[in-house]
Design a protein around this ligand. Structure first.
Ligand code: UDP
Length: 195
């Protein structure tokens, strides 16, 4: 695993296709893998937020989402290969999950939005197994119940759309309790799929 550091944040030196390959490997593993797609804004936030920096440092894969990161890498000769967006990676992963009978759980967005997004996914990705969904406006006291709901259906992939850096911290907080193979923070993707 080759990573480059941008302002102390390790980013994987990987193409979109290599990232996708890595995710398919993660899906066959037996521990939860945490995947984030920070943009320059989040890297700036991490400068003032040690906890966020730790969360990003402990990720299993950090994708360079944002052309600003690629430009920074070029200027400094750091060697990032290309921009890898969360939404593009999610699209590839959903196609793969449909083909391989892997299940997904979608969390986040305003009430009703995740359900709409799932309807789009069912139309767009042949064979996709949607294990469940949940909106993203819950209280901390609701979280044990949500974890239970996710673990009951044990999805292969958990997409978390709570906005950055909330989603990254949420995944990190529950990393040892979540019964899934892959948890990925994908920001506003739920809204994109909802249309
Ligand atoms: N969101 C959520 N719970 C929250 C805050 C945000 O579910 O407590 C959702 C919001 O509805 C949106 C998504 O997180 O669907 C991404 O939010 P935003 O666009 O602010 O984040 P970014 O894409 O910039 O990470």
């Amino acid at each position: 695993r080759n990573q480059v550091k941008i302002l102390g944040v390790p980013i994987d030196q990987i193409t979109a296709q290599e990232a996708f390959q890595q995710l398919t490997v993660f899906l066959e593993g037996d521990t939860l893998k945490k995947v984030y797609t920070p943009n320059p804004e989040i890297i700036m936030v991490a400068q003032q937020d040690q906890r966020l920096l730790n969360v990003l440092q402990e990720a299993d894969l950090v994708l360079p989402d944002g052309i600003g990161l690629i430009i920074a890498s070029k200027i400094k000769g750091l060697g990032l290969k290309e921009r890898v967006t969360g939404i593009d990676t999610m699209d590839k992963l959903l196609t793969y999950c449909g083909e391989k009978q892997k299940s997904i759980f979608l969390m986040g967005g305003k009430p009703g939005i995740a359900a709409l997004a799932c309807e789009t996914m069912k139309k767009q990705y042949r064979g996709i197994k949607i294990a469940g969904f949940h909106h993203g406006y819950f209280q901390e006291t609701d979280e044990p119940q949500i974890i239970e709901e996710i673990n009951q259906v044990a999805p292969d992939v958990l997409f978390v759309c709570l906005g950055a850096p909330k989603q990254e911290k949420w995944i990190h907080k529950y990393r040892d309790q979540l019964n899934c193979k892959l948890a990925m923070g994908v920001g506003g993707s739920v809204d994109i799929y909802a249309g």
